[in-house]
Design a protein around this ligand. Structure first.
Ligand code: UDP
Ligand code: MG
Length: 138
């Protein structure tokens, strides 16, 4: 089991000034920041990132939303990182997310749900390398 995961603070959370509060919760939960950058995805690049969902009805809207403003991409490190981070962010749909989770606290809707979290060690590695080169990871 790997000790890294990948997250993005999504456009609405960045725009509303919630990135500091979100990063504070992440660090308080014991995650260490390995790499971090603020960047703007084009719709095409958002589409590449979410290619696994391209047949889903929400895909087009998701790509538009994820390219609507800057995101903050972060690689995180902690024991059991992938599972522990998914627990910290809560369910995709914030109305189903547990109290105290990042999505419960900050998400607006099932689409605008504040943060991404990798769903497996393999995807954590792929998603991290989508944004960062090896020499940017400390
Ligand atoms: N999403 C959406 N509608 C849905 C399901 C997902 O808009 O019915 C969006 C939402 O932003 C979600 C992303 O697509 O975070 C990726 O979906 P996934 O099922 O992978 O959820 P996650 O892994 O982010 O919890
Ligand atoms: Mg997912």
């Amino acid at each position: 089991m790997s000790n890294k995961t990948f997250t993005m603070i999504k456009p609405e959370a960045v725009a509303e000034g919630n990135s500091g509060a979100i990063i504070k919760l992440i660090e308080e939960a014991g995650f260490r920041i390995v790499a971090m950058k603020k960047t703007l995805l084009s719709a095409a690049r958002a589409g590449q990132f979410y290619a696994v969902h391209k047949e889903r009805p929400f895909y087009e809207s998701l790509c538009k939303y994820m390219s609507s403003g800057p995101i903050i991409a972060i690689i995180l490190e902690k024991g059991n990182a992938v599972a522990d981070f998914r627990k910290l962010i809560g369910a995709t749909d914030p109305s189903k997310a547990e109290d105290g989770t990042i999505r419960k606290l900050f998400a607006k809707s099932i689409e605008q749900n504040a943060v991404h979290g990798s769903d497996s060690d393999d995807n954590a590695a792929l998603e991290g390398s989508f944004f960062f080169s090896q020499t940017e990871m400390y």
